[in-house]
Ligand binder design. Structure first.
Ligand SMILES: *[C@@H]1O[C@H](CO)[C@@H](O)[C@H](O)[C@H]1NC(C)=O
Ligand SMILES: *[C@@H]1O[C@H](CO)[C@@H](O)[C@H](O)[C@H]1NC(C)=O
Ligand SMILES: *[C@@H]1O[C@H](CO)[C@@H](O)[C@H](O)[C@H]1NC(C)=O
Ligand SMILES: *[C@@H]1O[C@H](CO)[C@@H](O)[C@H](O)[C@H]1NC(C)=O
Ligand SMILES: *[C@@H]1O[C@H](CO)[C@@H](O)[C@H](O)[C@H]1NC(C)=O
Ligand SMILES: *[C@@H]1O[C@H](CO)[C@@H](O)[C@H](O)[C@H]1NC(C)=O
Length: 728
């Protein structure tokens, strides 16, 4: 079986562009991951073992040396190898092997955004601790000379850092950018960790970049750029290239990052479908990170607005949806008759109202294509002689490559499926109109002999509507473990200004030769590093908190979102919109230890043998007669698929030693929620108290989603959990 078609999550007109991997591999052999769980304790030589079991499974004519791609041996056990189907089946049955799965190709998915979350420049900080936080970014590399990554004012490297700077030729680290490694499955010549795509520089600067004054994208969104934790250090793991990110490389990056000593791992990338945890490279890497107290935050994906489009579903991951901020970038199109239409585009090209240009319809600008293709401005259709210097109307969404090729001055496009509610950068003056506005342009063209128009430079709409979840952000429910609520949380992912690679085109068109140091892009890719940064910020106040305590703090203090403006409600935004300042003082946390995750795996029928391999603990098999369910995981969210569900939860007091919290429940009219006991009294910090939540819904037969919430409050803290009932 071939690996699923190639699929970092940056938004390109509301869809990720999937590039099919041209496999340079042997005809019948695909790269597979052979996952072997935790590293065995005691003396163990991983590479020797990997070679021997690989050799044992190979057909007689092949050698392990030729087919072993890489060994994972620092933070967990396993290897990547080229295998036939038969060899794969043989290996899967061998002792010590948890799973064998094809290596997939995954895809990559401002300043203003932090202020919008109430996270001001002047927030309280713990600078000495912050400078010891190391953020690991698995992405497309970084532009090391960017102002966002200079090391002025940085002290010596943190003692715990065990990594290296191995970014290739002319790639230098400094006291801010402390580590770099690259994983080059695509065998690119002269590869370095330098970012030629722009994505990796963007995400790293959002999470932990310096504050840089006076930045803008060609004059748009002018202001300061800053990461959440500007004093923190960055370590870069380049696993993503123009073709995508190979699972085998992502696992190698986790293997290194965990043993290098990073505190948090940020991955703005993913596949287009959810997989079983033991066949999902990100879930595996993040599990072993969690064992070492390292939190992994991952973008939810850009496959919305449909349900069940999340690919990041493991409970130990923080899955981040994208939301809008109160600043939207739009631009206007003015027609010859004075009609002004509002469209979506990040348009830096300056044009005045009075300088109108001839406007023509794609349909009328071709001598080679049929009407349907011409209307949509399909590649190769437009005639340069007809279009050069003019504005062309195209009946579809484009990245602008074809109009650019024929030297058009501008392009007006149509959001033909009604899901492009964000603005992107195009290589020429452009605007994306909704169907209704586009109709007006086309009837205007019909109504006059000399149609003309101009496309104005972008402006800001300071809206009151935010935050809402844009169409592109992937939605739950979680198809692997239905009773675990995903996405978890949302953060700004629309129109985000951050660092860019000056050799990468600012739009998605390679022919776009503009070079910029900062760029505005959208995607769950942009939301993820906001949460990574916020988690790093919390860690500076609570260095001993577990990843799940940090996650809990972020979720229970999140700002609830308005479900009437977000049709998929909790499936789109989880607990709500992050509030990093509140999250440092959550009052109570829902903590989860490794054993709890093990029990969850038991409840979804992982065998004891498999679980022992994954955890590396002989003792951690499924308790005899264990009858739990995934809903029993001590999450700060509750999700039920049935008419009646009893949830057990335990909270740990991290607020005031002596405090009493009362339960406040809100619910959909058809839900009944009772909490027992409905008050919790604490006498000490770190004291734990348990309670149950009985959720029943009257109308069994109603399909869809109903939601409510539980808030524990002591009058100072508000500890909120979303409660969702969903029936397919
Ligand atoms: C790689 O570097 C070598 C030596 O500097 C050079 O000759 C070659 O053209 C480079 N290859 C690519 C693809 O840039
Ligand atoms: C950036 O601007 C702030 C004031 O807004 C100022 O305090 C700071 O020193 C400036 N930083 C640099 C590097 O110029
Ligand atoms: C403009 O004219 C074309 C061809 O005559 C027609 O197909 C199209 O529907 C017209 N558009 C509008 C909005 O009237
Ligand atoms: C939620 O959105 C609806 C529709 O836009 C609006 O009528 C309502 O007032 C909003 N509720 C809150 C609490 O903001
Ligand atoms: C696990 O196995 C039990 C008993 O065979 C079954 O009822 C249950 O549905 C299974 N759970 C999952 C998640 O497959
Ligand atoms: C939960 O609530 C339902 C409906 O109100 C009730 O029938 C059931 O007995 C309750 N379960 C528990 C364990 O309290």
């Amino acid at each position: 079986m071939a690996p699923p078609a190639a699929t970092v999550l940056i938004l390109l007109i509301a869809t990720t562009i999937s590039i099919t991997l041209c496999s340079a591999l042997d005809e019948n052999r695909d790269v597979h991951i052979v996952y072997m769980g935790a590293l065995p304790k005691g003396e163990y030589f991983p590479e020797v073992h990997h070679n021997s079991i690989l050799q044992e499974s190979l057909e007689s004519s092949s050698s392990a040396a030729n087919n072993l791609v890489r060994s994972y041996r620092k933070s967990f056990n396993g290897f990547a190898a080229k295998l036939t189907n038969q060899e794969r089946e043989k290996l899967a049955k061998m002792e010590g092997v948890v799973s064998v799965f094809p290596s997939r190709t995954l895809q990559l998915q401002t300043t203003r955004s932090w202020d919008f979350m109430g996270f001001k420049e002047t927030v309280q900080r713990v600078p000495t601790v912050e400078s010891n936080v190391i953020v690991g970014v698995i992405d497309s590399g970084i532009w090391p000379e960017s102002d966002s990554f200079t090391d002025e004012g940085f002290g010596p490297l943190p003692h715990k850092w065990k990594g290296i700077c191995n970014g290739g030729e002319n790639f230098k680290c400094n006291k801010k950018l402390i580590g770099a490694r690259l994983y080059n499955s695509y065998k690119q010549a002269n590869a370095t960790a330098r970012d030629t795509i722009g994505h990796g520089s963007h995400t790293a600067s959002t999470a932990a970049g310096n504050q840089v004054n006076g930045t803008s994208f060609l004059g748009l969104a002018e202001g300061k750029v800053r990461g959440a934790v500007p004093s923190a250090r960055i370590a870069v793991y380049k696993a993503c290239w123009e073709k995508g990110c190979e699972d085998s490389d992502i696992l190698a990056a986790f293997d290194d990052a965990i043993s290098d000593g990073v505190d948090i791992i940020s991955l703005s990338l993913g596949g287009d479908s959810a997989l079983d945890y033991s066949a999902d490279a990100i879930a595996i890497g993040a599990f072993h990170a969690m064992q070492k107290n390292i939190l992994t935050s991952n973008s939810a994906g850009n496959n919305g607005p449909f349900q069940s489009t999340l690919s990041s579903v493991a409970p130990w991951l923080l899955t981040v949806a994208a939301s809008t901020t109160d600043r939207r970038i739009i631009n206007k199109v003015v027609l010859g008759d004075g009609t002004t239409l509002v469209g979506n585009a990040v348009n830096s090209f300056d044009s005045k109202r009075e300088n109108k240009l001839p406007l023509l319809y794609g349909r009328d600008t071709t001598s080679t294509c049929d009407e349907v293709a011409a209307k949509q401005c399909v590649t190769g259709c437009l005639d340069e002689s007809l279009v050069q210097g003019k504005i062309v109307l195209c009946d579809s969404k484009l990245m602008g490559k074809e109009p650019l090729r024929v030297k058009a001055t501008g392009v007006i496009m149509v959001d033909d499926d009604g899901v492009s509610d964000v603005s992107v950068v195009f290589p020429l003056a452009a605007s994306m109109l909704d169907m209704q506005s586009a109709e007006k342009v086309s009837s205007y063209i019909n109504s006059t002999r000399k149609p003309e128009a101009c496309i104005l430079k972008s402006e800001y709409l300071v809206g009151t509507d935010a935050p809402v979840i844009p169409s592109f952000s992937s939605r739950g429910p979680n198809d692997i473990t239905g009773d675990i609520l995903k996405a978890n949380i949302s953060a700004p992912g629309v129109d985000i200004l951050a660092a860019w690679s000056p050799v990468a085109p600012p739009s998605d068109v390679q022919e776009d030769k503009r070079s910029v140091k900062y760029n505005i892009i959208s995607g769950t890719s942009m939301a993820c590093p906001h949460v990574t940064g916020a988690a790093a910020y919390i860690k500076t106040f609570h260095p001993d908190w577990s990843p799940s305590a940090i996650k809990s703090a972020l979720m229970t203090t999140a700002i609830p979102m308005n479900s009437s403006r977000n049709p998929d409600a909790e499936f789109s935004y989880g607990a709500g919109h992050i509030d990093p300042v509140k999250a440092i003082n959550p009052g109570l946390v829902y903590d989860i230890v490794e054993d709890d995750y093990i029990k969850m795996l038991c409840s979804i029928n992982y065998t004891s043998a498999k679980i022992t391999l994954i955890s590396g603990n002989k003792g951690s098999s499924c308790p005899k007669g264990y009858r739990g369910a995934p809903k029993d995981l001590n999450l700060p969210s509750m999700m039920s698929n049935s008419a009646q569900t009893l949830f057990s939860r335990t909270v740990t007091n991290v607020g005031s030693a002596k405090s009493t919290y009362k339960a406040i429940v809100t619910s959909h009219s058809k839900m009944k929620i009772t909490v027992t006991p409905n008050a919790l009294s604490f006498k000490a910090i770190n004291e734990k108290k348990s309670f149950t939540v009985n959720v029943s819904s009257k109308e069994l037969n109603t399909k869809g989603l109903m939601s409510g919430s539980l808030v524990w409050s002591d009058g100072v803290h508000i500890v909120r959990s979303p409660i969702v009932v969903y029936r397919r």
